[in-house]
Design a protein around this ligand. Sequence first.
Ligand SMILES: [Zn+2]
Length: 222
Amino acid sequence: MAPKDGVRCWVCGRTVEEVVRSIGSPAPEPTEADKNVARVNDLRARFYKVVTDWEDNVPEQFRNMDFNFVMGNPSQFRALKFLDDIQQAQKTYGEPLAEISIHARKGDEIVVGEYKVAADDARRREVVIRELGEFEKRTGRSLAGLDGPKAKGFDGLKLGDGLRYLRDLGALNFTLQQRLLEVDLEEERKKLPTFSISMAKIKGFPKAVPLCTVCESLIKGL
Ligand SMILES: [Zn+2]
């Protein structure tokens, strides 16, 4: 049962506004999740810039060649100076996403960048599965080839389109981390103390009395 507005704590005599004023709200110190959000946003912006540079600098004669063919024959395409970097980005972003998609659906532990989702963490697993599903729907491609009719990964893409797909994969990688960190932030916020006055029973008193959060925890500690 919640007491009426303006009610005062039976012990300290303060209203909830007065309790908040005297304690003050906790200083907004950046948490681990805040720092990780900033780090992921930064990585995302850098990655985007790098891939956009590649896209802009693919020589016209290569643009319509098959992406997988070019990647599989690097010695023949030495004119593409950033081919090694593209392969590296594929290893960093493409391959892990196929793994993530398999593990998420199987219910195993998931690793996204520096973020680990435990096997029994149903809430975060849902977040991952939802994002992956939306991505596969949007691109019409299956990350791990689990969706029969859809093309798998880079299969059948021309170099120019493959680079755009690679950029989208990188973006997905960072989006997943951002969504997971949002869950962290929400859970952190819930742990912040909130102040209220509620009806509580004190030992030795027949009736419940209004108590502020501070007094209630003091009395409980006696
Ligand atoms: Zn009080």
